[in-house]
Each structure stands twice: as structure tokens, then as C-alpha cells.
Write a protein that binds this ligand. Structure first.
Ligand code: NAP
Length: 278
């Protein structure tokens, strides 16, 4: 197939690398010409330009810009493409995007690959980023079956685990397992930086090892992504943060009361239940 990718960064570039290795022709559009040049050199695209008209003759287009640019980019793209082109996006939030784009383009399938790294930009693009990871599609009742089939036929060979759900259910679920962890992890780094004794702070920084690396990873990533999650999934992020705060308050109370039995019961339950998420 002839595939278009708009936004040649971590996700767009990685999709390009994988789709080209499946034998597809991939045409890329990004904001900066330098990014387009790097994408060609890195083999993420066959050709790239800064002008959306490059994608006039494509079967499917993955829109991979930052969330804030998704809807405006698709608005600009629509006059350039044929009516049977299937559009999909990779935004980490789905309800507002699907609500905005579905009335504009019949052949639109919302999507979200559950994969990423702490890096961003075309230099961070890697082969095999999506393999083994969930890839959520959020078609509506009106989405044509052919459009869904076309996107699935491109994604299946990338070894992703395909899921379908309602955009609203997606946003509530990812608030728990993706957006809340970013806020919690960022608060962790921020809380540690509150240490007022500079000798102790330096010691903590020198002693930080695998545990801190795991728990701080998502909070120490691309700030733009965390900001977008809070802005575009505000109500679900707030709901999860309020519940999280209640859990923290409960743990504080148990430790203040020296209720070690109850704390142990809580930790046994979390140890048992972690595997239900992973
Ligand atoms: P990224 O590495 O920053 O890549 C986005 C790229 O889009 C930038 O490199 C930029 O390239 C280009 N761009 C920005 N504005 C543009 C515009 N108006 N038109 C065309 N290109 C534009 O970000 P990312 O991590 O790949 O995230 C992209 C999307 O994937 C977001 O919607 C995000 O929600 C979603 N997502 C991210 C992750 C993750 O963990 N990173 C996971 C799943 C989904 P230039 O150099 O040309 O400006």
C-alpha cells in the first residue's frame, strides 16, 4: 500500500520504519524540512516534504503530530486527499479527537499505540517499537468496516495486540494506567527535590538506582506529552488523581496509627494484583 505519515517524530518515524519493512511505500510530511531529510536518511520514509499535498495519492494516512495539532492537521489534510483514503491518528487521548474528526471524515479510525520511550523526535524512532504491545482502535458505530480492516491489515504484521473500545472507555482506562502514572512519577521527582538539606539531596541523587529509575521514568519524560494528557483528558486524570490521593491518605493514616497489620494486608493485595495489569 501507499501510506502517508504526518508528524515524523518518535511514533510517526517508528511506524514508518516498521511499515516500510513490510514492503509498503511510506510518504512523510513533517513541519521542519530538516526532520524530513533525517527521516529519509534513517529509512523511516521513502520520501518526505513539509507540504501535505505529497499525500494526495495514499491508501491510508497515520497522523502522528502532538495532540494539539491533530485536529487542525486533519482539517488541512482533507482538501488534499481522495474520499476513500483511510485516516487514523495515534493520539494518547481519544474522545475529543474522535468527536471532532468523525463528522469531518467518514473513513476515520481513531487509534492509540500503547508504546513509547522517554525520547522524542525523529532521532528517537526505532524499529519494532510496537511489537508485543497493545494498539487500541476506537471506531464508532458509523465507521465503515472496510476502513477498520485496512488499518488492521497494516498493523497486524507489526505484531501488535489489537483492541477495540469506545473512545470514552479508552480515556478512562488510560487515565489509570498511563496518565495517572505520569503525574504520580512527576510528583515523586518533585517531592524528592523538596529535600532541604543539600548534602542529603546529593546523597539521595548519588544512591538512586534501579527502583528510582523504574518509578521516575514516566515522570521524567517529554513534558509536552504529560501536559497534553492533563489538558485533553482532564476529567479522567482528575478523577484518578483524587482516588490516588485518597489511597495516599489511607497509607499515611495506617503508618501514623502504626497499624502494621492493615498496611501489610494492603501491600499483600497490591503484590497479588499487580500481575492483573501486566
Ligand atoms: P514527537 O516525537 O515530538 O513527534 C511529533 C512530531 O510531529 C515532531 O517531531 C514534529 O516534527 C512533528 N510535528 C509537530 N507539529 C507538526 C505539524 N503541525 N505538522 C506536521 N508535523 C508536526 O512526539 P511523539 O511522542 O511521536 O507523539 C506524537 C503523537 O503520538 C502524539 O499525539 C502522542 O499523543 C502520541 N503518542 C505518543 C506516545 C509516546 O509515548 N511518545 C505513545 C503513544 C502515542 P518536526 O521536527 O517536523 O517539527
Amino acid at each position: 500500500m501507499q501510506i502517508g505519515i504526518v508528524g515524523l517524530g518518535l511514533i510517526g518515524g517508528s511506524l514508518g520504519l516498521d511499515l516500510r519493512s513490510q514492503g509498503h511505500t511510506v510518504l512523510g510530511v513533517s513541519r521542519k524540512s530538516r526532520t524530513c531529510e533525517i527521516a529519509v536518511v534513517r529509512g523511516a520514509v521513502d520520501a518526505a516534504e513539509t507540504d501535505l499535498s505529497l499525500l494526495a495519492d495514499t491508501d491510508a494516512i497515520f497522523v502522528c503530530t502532538p495532540i494539539v495539532h491533530l485536529v487542525p492537521t486533519i482539517e488541512q489534510l482533507i482538501p488534499c486527499i481522495a474520499s476513500d483514503t483511510v485516516l487514523t491518528d495515534v493520539g494518547s487521548v481519544k474522545a475529543s479527537i474522535v468527536k471532532n474528526i468523525s463528522p469531518m471524515w467518514k473513513n476515520f479510525v481513531g487509534g492509540h499505540p500503547m508504546a513509547g520511550t522517554a525520547e522524542s523526535g525523529i532521532e528517537a524512532a526505532v524499529h519494532g517499537l510496537f511489537a508485543g504491545n497493545p494498539y487500541v482502535l476506537t471506531p464508532t458505530e458509523e465507521t465503515p468496516r472496510d476502513a477498520i480492516d485496512r488499518i488492521e491489515s497494516l498493523l497486524r504484521p507489526l505484531q501488535v495486540k489489537l483492541f477495540h473500545c469506545q473512545p470514552e472507555d479508552h480515556d478512562r482506562a488510560v487515565a489509570w494506567i498511563s496518565h495517572l502514572p505520569v503525574m504520580v512519577s512527576a510528583s515523586l521527582i518533585s517531592a524528592c527535590l523538596n529535600e532541604s538539606d543539600s548534602t542529603v539531596l546529593k546523597l539521595a541523587q548519588a544512591l538512586a538506582s534501579s527502583g528510582f529509575r523504574d518509578t521516575s521514568r514516566v515522570g521524567g519524560g517529554n513534558p509536552e506529552l504529560g501536559l497534553m494528557m492533563a489538558q485533553y483528558n482532564r476529567s479522567e486524570v482528575l478523577r484518578s488523581l483524587h482516588t490516588y490521593r485518597a489511597e495516599i491518605d489511607q497509607i499515611i493514616a495506617l503508618i501514623e496509627q502504626e497499624d502494621w497489620k492493615a498496611l501489610e494486608a494492603l501491600l499483600i493485595r497490591t503484590q497479588e494484583m499487580r500481575s492483573t495489569f501486566l
